[in-house]
Ligand binder design. Structure first.
Ligand code: BEZ
Length: 388
């Protein structure tokens, strides 16, 4: 009698465990999207979410067999609100995964909380070198770039084009500083000299006094990092000041990505370096562009690609554990060794979880950032300071 009771209890426990597991897998994975939906980077945040949703739609609304629930927070690209915002997503909304963000300062706050809490974080834009440097962690991944990568590629391009002196101009925050640092590293290797680093606070756009200074310094060329609404105004102001005719302007590709409609003729002919371009010939990009245009009645940009790839990476992780978020180690192992079939061209992740990717040289031709060549093949960020 006792044996039969024990057997029955055990059977009930097993059934309950199965039912519980199945119920957990049936529930949607809660993804907290912390992105800028207002301010100078609003268009970038929207493009990232569009890209993510496009991949989800292509997978029939599930990633790795699990439905996805969206919890959205507008981070306003404001680092002072970032820790509160991310804590709300984790504690109040109980998200399983964080996806964000665009602004490097906000991303560093997210990475700190993700590291401390062990919540999976996928960064679909912000290039803060530290996120896959000293702050790296098994649960932190990036599907975009480090600020160092496009800057480093452009230093080589400008040197090869015969420029010996340069002035840099950017916003004074992590992304601007690190982009300029990457540029200077390769420009200096071949004897290039930076005459002056000019900055203004993020997200200010009063460029006039700095443009006057550039005219007085007379460098061979200018290197810049601006993005979003600020990039639109900078390119227009540079052209209006007449500088475009005498001092060529170069930049990390954010200067002209997603901005060309608004920049008009002022952007024509600009050369930039980035991990995406118009005119790529890989089949994945062709299919992606068609699907994106059909779904959103918009042309995609680099931000849409990065959001799409964030969904692809999450799908690989969830797929490897059949949607079981309890198997974190196996999920992260699958993500770390993933090969992402991206519209930018296939890429893998470095040991610190940042894309190893081709950086393209692009030229603005009308409304396109037309690919010219691969500026640096399979460029890996050095991941300085990462211990995992
Ligand atoms: C950043 O803050 O890391 C960033 C913002 C916009 C475009 C690229 C990088």
């Amino acid at each position: 009698m006792e044996r039969r009771l024990a057997a029955k209890l055990a059977a009930t426990a097993v059934a309950a465990a199965f039912a519980g597991g199945a119920a957990a897998q049936d529930k949607a994975v809660k993804v907290g999207f912390m992105l800028p939906y207002t301010g100078t980077f609003a268009a970038l945040g929207n493009a990232i979410e569009n890209g993510f949703r496009l991949h989800l739609q292509e997978q029939g609304g599930k990633l790795g067999g699990r439905a996805i629930e969206f919890v959205r927070v507008d981070d306003e690209s404001d680092p002072s609100k970032a820790t509160d915002n991310v804590n709300k997503l984790i504690r109040r909304d109980q998200v399983d995964v964080l996806v964000g963000t665009v602004h490097s300062g906000v991303a560093m706050a997210m990475a700190k909380v993700a590291k401390e809490s062990g919540t999976l974080l996928v960064v679909p834009n912000a290039g803060a070198d530290a996120v896959t440097g000293p702050m790296c962690a098994p649960n932190i991944f990036r599907t975009s770039f480090t600020n160092w990568q496009p800057g480093y590629a452009m230093g080589e391009v400008m040197a090869k084009r015969g420029h010996k002196t340069a002035v840099t101009i950017t916003w004074k925050y992590a992304a601007g500083d690190e982009s300029v640092k990457g540029f200077k590293e390769s420009f200096a290797k071949v004897g290039g000299k930076v005459l002056k680093d000019l900055t203004l606070p993020f997200p200010n756009v009063e460029f006039q006094p700095l443009l006057t200074e550039i005219a007085a310094l007379k460098p061979d060329a200018v290197y810049t990092f601006f993005a979003g609404g600020g990039a639109v105004k900078f390119v227009k102001d540079y052209a209006a000041a007449g500088l475009g005719k005498t001092i060529p302007l170069y930049g990390a590709g954010f200067l002209t990505d997603g901005t060309l409609e608004a920049q008009g003729d002022a952007a024509n002919g600009l050369l930039t370096t980035l991990h995406y371009a118009d005119g790529l010939t890989n089949p994945k990009d062709k299919a992606f562009r068609l699907a994106y245009a059909k779904t959103y009645k918009l042309q995609p940009d680099v931000y849409a690609v990065q959001g799409y790839d964030a969904a692809q990476l999450l799908a690989i992780g969830l797929g490897a554990v059949k949607g079981d978020l309890g198997k974190r180690d196996a999920m992260y192992a699958a993500m770390a060794k993933a090969r992402i079939d991206s519209p930018r061209g296939a890429f893998t992740l470095s040991p610190s979880h940042n894309p190893v990717q081709d950086i393209y040289l692009r030229k603005v031709e009308g409304k396109a950032n037309q690919v010219q060549s691969v500026a640096v093949k399979a460029l890996a960020d050095p991941g300085r300071g990462c211990r995992m």
